[in-house]
Design a protein around this ligand. Structure first.
Ligand SMILES: *[C@@H]1O[C@H](CO)[C@@H](O)[C@H](O)[C@H]1NC(C)=O
Ligand SMILES: *[C@@H]1O[C@H](CO)[C@@H](O)[C@H](O)[C@H]1NC(C)=O
Ligand SMILES: *[C@@H]1O[C@H](CO)[C@@H](O)[C@H](O)[C@H]1NC(C)=O
Length: 496
C-alpha cells in the first residue's frame, strides 16, 4: 500500500506543469454551443514559447465526468495557432456536473475541473436573470458601442404591433413573390410564427437562434417582423420596425448579426466549416512571404466586381481578381471566362491585400476577412452589418471608393507602408476577437430583443394561424432525457 502511494507521489512530482490554460471555456457559465480555451506553452526555463513545439496530432484531450470518471459524449478539436498557443474547442452532447478536462501536452499532464453545471447547446435549461447571463457571457467585454442598435431604434420609441401588421399587409404580405417575412411571437419562452412569401426557407436560420437562446435564457415576451430577404425593407417616410440581417443608409431596419455568422456560431464544428476561428487556425503564408497583390474571388453579384476583374487585367502586378461564376451579368460571360476555380477563404491569405466588395447587399464574408491576416480594402457602400459602425477606416481597414477609382493608388500606398499595413491587420484581428466571437453574436441578439421588447406597447397575442416552433432533438443535440437541468425545478410549468 505504502509502496503504491510512493510511486504515485513520484509520478506526480516528476510531471512538469509549465503550460497554462486560460479562456472562457474553463468556466461552466460560459454557455456557447462550442466552448473554447487556450493553452500557452512554455520552455523549460519558464519562458513563454512563441512558436509551436507540439504537433496537434500528439496532444491528447479528454473530457470526463468528475463523479464517475466516465468519458463525456463530446466533439473536441485542437488547433495550433502557431505562436506557442493552442486553441481547444469542445461541443458537449450531454449535460454534466463538474467536468474534468485532461490534456497530455508533450510530457506534461494538464488538468482542470470546470465546476458547476455545464449544459450542452441542446439542453433546455433557461436562466431567468438576464443580467447574470450577460455577465457570464462576458457581453460587456465587447468594444462594440451598440450605437448601431441605438440608431436603429431611434425612430421606434413606441411599437404598436397592430398598426405594424396592418401596414405590413398592405406593403409586403400582398407581394409574396417579392418579400419574405415572418411574424414572430415569443411568449412564456415559447416561439410562434407565421411567415409570408414564397421563399421562406431562411426561417430555419431565425428559428435556430431563437430556439438556441430560449434554451439558455427566458426570452422577453415579444412580437416582431423578421425579414428573410437580402434587401433591407423599412423604407419611406413612415417606416415600420422590421428586423433584418443587413441595413442600408436608405432604410430603417433593425439589424441583427447576419444569418451567416449566426449559423457559424450555432453550428461550429458541426454543419459549418467556416467560422470566426478558422482564419486563425489554418496555417497561411507569413506576412513577408505573402504575394503583395490585391486579391478577390467571388461571383458577379454587382457591377464593381466585373470592373475589378477588368482592373486586374490592366494591373496584373497589383491585383489578382477573378470571378468564380456568373449569374447576374451572363450576357458578358465571354469577357470573363475561363472562371477561376473555387478556393477556400483560408487560401485567400496567401495574398497580402484583400479586396472586399459588396455582394447583392453587404458582403457577409467581411467578419472572416477581418479575422484573417491580410490588409482589407473595403469598398464604400451604403449597406452594412451590425458591427460596421464600429470599424474605423485606416485603423481596421483601408477604405476605397465605391467606383474603385482610388484602389490602385491605395494598394501602392500599402506597398510603400508595410509596417503600417501590418498594424492595421493586427487591429482588425483584435477587433474580431473582441466583437465577433460566438458569445458576442449571441449577446447582440439578446440585446436587440431586449431593447425592442421594452418599446412594445401593444399586448402580445398569439394568433390562431401561428405555428409553434419546436426544439429539434436530432443526433447533434442531446436527447431530452440526457439533459438534466437543475434550474427546471424553479422554472414553474415551462415544459417543451
Ligand atoms: C519569439 O521570441 C524570441 C525570444 O523571446 C524573439 O527573439 C523572437 O523575435 C520572437 N518571435 C516572434 C515571431 O515573435
Ligand atoms: C440578477 O442578477 C444580478 C447580478 O447577479 C443581481 O444583482 C440582480 O439582483 C438579479 N436580479 C433578480 C431579479 O434576481
Ligand atoms: C486571374 O486573373 C489574373 C489576371 O487578372 C490571371 O493572371 C490569372 O491567371 C487568373 N487566375 C485564375 C485562377 O483564373
Amino acid at each position: 500500500m505504502l509502496f503504491v502511494l510512493i510511486i504515485h507521489l513520484i509520478s506526480i512530482t516528476s510531471v512538469s506543469t509549465q503550460s497554462r490554460l486560460y479562456g472562457p471555456g474553463l468556466r461552466a457559465s460560459f454557455q456557447v454551443p462550442v466552448r473554447y480555451f487556450y493553452l500557452q506553452s512554455y520552455d523549460s526555463k519558464g519562458h513563454k514559447l512563441n512558436y509551436s513545439s507540439q504537433s496537434v496530432d500528439h496532444i491528447i484531450f479528454h473530457l470526463t465526468r468528475v463523479s464517475d470518471q466516465l468519458s463525456v459524449h463530446s466533439y473536441r478539436k485542437i488547433d495550433d495557432l502557431n505562436d506557442g498557443t493552442y486553441l481547444f474547442r469542445y461541443r458537449l452532447y450531454e449535460s454534466v456536473e463538474n467536468l474534468h478536462l485532461y490534456i497530455r501536452f508533450g510530457n506534461e499532464d494538464i488538468e482542470h475541473i470546470v465546476k458547476g453545471y455545464i449544459y450542452s447547446d441542446g439542453c433546455y435549461c433557461p436562466q431567468k436573470n438576464l443580467t447574470e447571463w450577460f455577465n457570464s457571457l462576458e457581453c460587456s467585454s465587447s468594444s462594440l458601442s451598440i450605437s448601431q442598435l441605438r440608431e436603429d431604434l431611434k425612430l421606434f420609441n413606441k411599437i404598436d404591433m397592430n398598426k405594424i401588421i396592418n401596414k405590413a399587409k398592405e406593403k409586403y404580405f400582398q407581394y409574396p413573390q417579392t418579400y419574405a417575412l415572418c411574424h414572430y411571437v415569443i411568449k412564456n419562452n415559447k416561439i410562434y410564427r407565421k411567415c409570408y412569401g414564397e421563399h421562406i426557407g431562411f426561417k430555419t436560420f431565425s428559428d435556430a437562434v431563437l430556439l438556441s437562446l430560449s434554451r439558455k435564457i427566458i426570452l422577453p415576451d415579444i412580437e416582431f417582423l423578421m425579414n428573410l430577404g437580402d434587401y433591407p425593407l423599412s423604407s419611406d417616410d413612415d417606416p415600420i420596425p422590421i428586423i433584418s440581417w443587413c441595413g442600408s443608409e436608405q432604410t430603417h431596419d433593425i439589424i441583427l448579426p447576419t444569418y451567416e455568422i449566426t449559423e457559424a456560431t450555432l453550428q461550429m464544428l458541426s454543419r459549418t466549416t467556416l467560422d470566426i476561428f478558422a482564419l486563425r487556425t489554418t496555417h497561411h503564408l507569413p506576412w513577408p512571404k505573402k504575394i503583395p497583390k490585391g486579391f478577390f474571388r467571388g461571383r458577379d453579384s454587382c457591377q464593381e466586381r466585373l470592373n475589378l476583374v477588368r482592373l486586374s487585367k490592366k494591373y496584373p502586378d497589383l491585383i489578382d481578381a477573378n470571378l468564380t461564376r456568373m449569374f447576374f451579368f451572363r450576357d458578358q460571360k465571354s469577357e470573363f471566362e475561363p472562371f477561376a476555380e473555387y478556393i477556400p477563404m483560408t487560401k485567400f491569405f496567401d495574398y497580402k491585400y484583400q479586396i472586399s466588395l459588396d455582394g447583392t447587399v453587404a458582403s457577409y464574408r467581411l467578419p472572416y476577412l477581418l479575422a484573417g491576416d491580410g490588409l482589407i480594402f473595403k469598398q464604400t457602400s451604403s449597406y452594412y452589418e451590425h458591427f460596421y459602425r464600429d470599424l474605423i477606416p485606416y485603423k481596421h481597414y483601408i477604405p476605397i471608393k465605391k467606383d474603385l477609382s482610388d484602389l490602385i493608388e491605395k494598394i501602392q500606398w500599402a506597398k510603400d507602408h508595410d509596417d503600417e499595413a501590418q498594424q492595421i491587420v493586427k487591429r482588425a484581428q483584435r477587433f474580431t476577437q473582441r466583437n465577433l466571437l460566438p458569445n458576442h453574436i449571441l449577446c447582440y441578439h439578446v440585446q436587440v430583443l431586449q431593447e425592442y421588447a421594452k418599446r412594445l406597447i401593444s399586448p402580445i397575442k398569439i394568433s390562431s394561424d401561428m405555428e409553434l416552433v419546436q426544439h429539434e432533438f436530432d443526433e447533434s443535440h442531446i436527447k431530452k432525457d440526457n439533459c438534466v437541468c437543475h434550474r427546471l425545478e424553479n422554472l414553474n410549468h415551462i415544459d417543451l
